[in-house]
Design a protein around this ligand. Structure first.
Ligand code: IVH
Length: 674
């Protein structure tokens, strides 16, 4: 790689961030996510901190975002529309609280007002003697655009403020209500479905769509799009009457606008953190997108007294959730061999924190994907990670290249065993190592066999599997059952107790249930649910082995590709030997007995998540009472058990077929029968 040149890097970062800003704030287009841009800004600010001489007047750190678009009348705001500084964790939150406490009289009891930070566009709406008069976008904070005609079409914006006993003091004269214009997630989805049907390009995200809509010059177009206004601030000459933000929200509601009902008061940092955790977990359930909370000092006089630094009030902060995207550099790209032999290019990254955890590797899926995205070694890339999902490289930032980046060349041979990589069909995207004895394949396959969803053998994690392979003790899944305590004691990783434990844990799994065993074999396309469906239908390994493609495809939920993969698996000599070895080592599968019980003859499908048990547990408990557990609703299904976060598709199908829908409690009642 070329020698690091901070000046050149800063100039390139500056150019790219400005480009992003222009697209985002002026044209309402997004060329990368806000989190990725923040990550670049962070890198630039670190360079500027170290080398202040590199700060240029056009650096993003030197300017306030957003220039009003020509085409709308420009209007001066009655008071500046400010931004918020961010805090990302408990330490930064406490530091903010400490800073504030130092500025206020000693012993002042602080209350905090908390609301969800909505991802939309800010708008100030002015009422004159309670009648809708003007709506102004944020613009640069001092001057915004007059979007009165457009905002008038938003149904949640009252054209006259409601008169109630609580609102009456704020109706006379000038009343300004500030808030966020948002498009709800489900409306956005519907809109994009319509766009696709009409052959038009899809919109990028709800925020941009809302912003783009408000800046349409034709209000009729705006009226056709579903937008909503959620208020967060009230400005009235009767300011002395609005002592707290809490009161402001109550008044906003009584004036007839939406103010988020979950907004509430906290008395300590602990309470703020609890609220933050709660909404981080539940944010999916909100109708709009959010990336954190807004925390304000509840007492509005104290808030005002704390003043403004730069463009943000001292008395408020945005308490963000960990960013799901960040930028980092690709140090190298290597190829990893999976349990089915799939050769997957993986990017080795400079460690970066994404969604609260450090990411060092990200899958690139396959050779074609690396070239389609044009990801090169040495590139700065955007990495995405949401919750527990595997981190992914979204795209390289080509403008940051300095010429030293290297293209990735897919190896022709397995990096582990040296066998030539092959493709099943020329059209397939994935190269595979065909050597079933490849150590990488065995390692992943045995690890998978012992893992939680399969045989669930305690103490047989990836590291121990690797040690056992390296010591020559195991080569395939069946070998596990030949492991003896004396063998283990020769390895550094094991002592008397741990060796005993592992041998016992393995012995305890000598009669595995058929579905778990089937899943553990690692047959391509046979996931946990398919394994359950196969076991339900064929009852024994022998029946399954003898099944034809047609017989397999006839099973509900099994398509031709899966059927072919199963037949192909049983035909391979190494798998025939493997099954024979299991037999020799006395691994006896629990046959799927047609248990009779109170649920005999009844078929169940579970949709969504259950609170009291996992799907596997539900399947096992239903079977133990004689019932059948299916993966999808058909006309043979008797009950659809509806859990939380349900998929719409299954419900629609059940409704069409007239399948009885029951909740988790009803299932528990049925299971409790004798
Ligand atoms: S309170 C000083 N409450 O976030 C401005 N703002 O980054 C703070 N926002 O421009 C106003 N949801 O448009 C507040 N519940 C909420 C908000 C919220 C979104 C926006 C607001 C502001 C930006 C600041």
């Amino acid at each position: 790689m070329a020698k690091y040149d901070p000046a050149a890097r800063a100039a390139k970062l500056c150019e790219l961030i400005n480009d992003y800003r222009y697209h985002y704030h002026v044209l309402n287009k997004s060329i990368m996510s806000e989190a990725a841009a923040d990550s670049l800004k962070h890198e630039l600010s670190q360079i500027e901190e170290r080398y202040p001489e590199l700060i240029t007047p056009d650096s993003p750190s030197q300017r306030v975002a957003g220039e009003p678009l020509p085409g709308f009348k420009q209007v001066q705001h009655s008071s500046r529309m400010l931004s918020l500084n961010d805090v990302f964790d408990e330490t930064e939150l406490n530091a903010w609280i400490e800073r504030i406490k130092k500025l206020l009289p000693a012993g002042a009891k602080l209350e905090y007002f908390m609301d969800i930070k909505m991802d939309g566009l800010a708008c100030a709406i002015v009422y004159e003697d309670s009648v809708y008069k003007q709506a102004i976008t944020r613009g640069d904070g001092f001057v915004g655009e007059d979007v009165t005609a457009n905002v008038r079409t938003i149904e949640s914006v009252p054209l006259r403020l409601r008169q109630t006993k609580d609102s009456v003091k704020f109706l006379g004269g000038r009343t300004e209500i500030r808030g966020e214009i948002v498009m709800y997630k489900d409306d956005f989805k519907k809109l994009n479905e319509q766009q696709t049907k009409a052959g038009k390009p899809a919109f990028a995200n709800p925020r941009n769509t809302a912003a783009g809509t408000i800046r349409q010059l034709d209000p009729k177009l705006v009226a056709a799009r579903p937008l909503h206004f959620h208020a967060y601030d009230l400005i009235h000459e009767n300011k002395a009457e609005v002592l707290t933000n809490d009161f402001a929200y109550k008044t906003l509601c009584s004036l007839g606008v939406i103010a988020n009902p979950m907004a509430t008061v906290a008395n300590s940092a602990d309470e703020i953190i609890k609220f933050h955790k709660k909404w981080e977990q539940q944010r999916q359930k909100l109708r709009f997108n959010t990336d954190g909370l807004v925390i304000k000092i509840n007492d509005r006089r104290l808030h005002e007294r704390l003043g403004v630094v730069g463009k943000a009030p001292r008395g408020s902060v945005a308490f963000k959730y960990p960013a799901e995207q960040a930028t980092t550099k690709v140090k190298d790209i290597f190829v990893s061999i999976g349990r089915t032999g799939a050769a997957t290019p993986v990017a080795m990254l400079e460690p970066v924190v994404v969604a609260g955890s450090t990411v060092q590797m990200a899958t690139l899926h396959n050779e074609g994907e690396v070239h389609r995205k044009d990801i090169r070694i040495g590139d700065t890339v955007i990495v995405h990670k949401a919750g527990d999902v595997i981190p992914e490289v979204v795209e390289p930032l080509k403008k940051l290249r300095d010429g030293s980046e290297k293209k990735f060349v897919m190896p022709t041979h397995c990096p582990d065993c040296g066998t030539k990589l092959v493709k099943a069909k020329a059209t397939e995207a994935i190269w595979r190592c065909p050597n079933t004895a490849c150590p990488s394949r065995s390692w992943k396959l045995i690890g998978h066999f012992a893992s939680k969803g399969a045989l669930d053998i305690e103490g047989l994690g990836e590291k121990n599997v690797m040690a056992l392979i390296q010591a020559g003790l195991i080569r395939d899944q069946a070998d596990i059952y030949s492991i003896k305590k004396e063998d283990l004691l020769k390895l550094e990783r094991f002592a008397n107790i741990s060796a005993d434990k592992l041998v016992l844990a393995i012995a305890a799994k000598k009669n595995p249930p058929l579905p778990r065993f089937l899943f553990g074999l690692g047959i391509r396309h046979v996931g946990e649910q398919t394994a359950i469906d196969l076991a339900n239908h064929f009852h024994s390994m022998e029946n399954l082995r003898d099944a034809t493609i047609d017989e397999l495809s006839a099973v509900e939920g099994i398509g031709e590709v899966v059927a072919e993969a199963i037949v192909e698996w049983f035909e391979q000599p190494v798998h025939k030997k493997l099954l024979a070895k299991f037999k020799r080592l006395e691994v006896e599968l629990q046959a799927v007995r047609k248990t009779t019980g109170p649920l005999s003859g009844k078929s169940f499908v579970v949709t969504g998540t259950l609170e009291s048990m996992s799907r596997e547990e539900a399947a096992e408990r239903i079977r133990a009472k004689g019932g059948t557990f299916q993966s999808s609703v058909s006309n043979e299904t008797d009950y659809l058990v509806v859990g939380a976060n349900v998929g719409e598709a299954k419900l629609v199908k059940a409704r069409k077929l007239g399948t009885k829908q029951i909740d988790e409690q009803k299932l528990l009642d049925l299971l409790a029968q004798h």
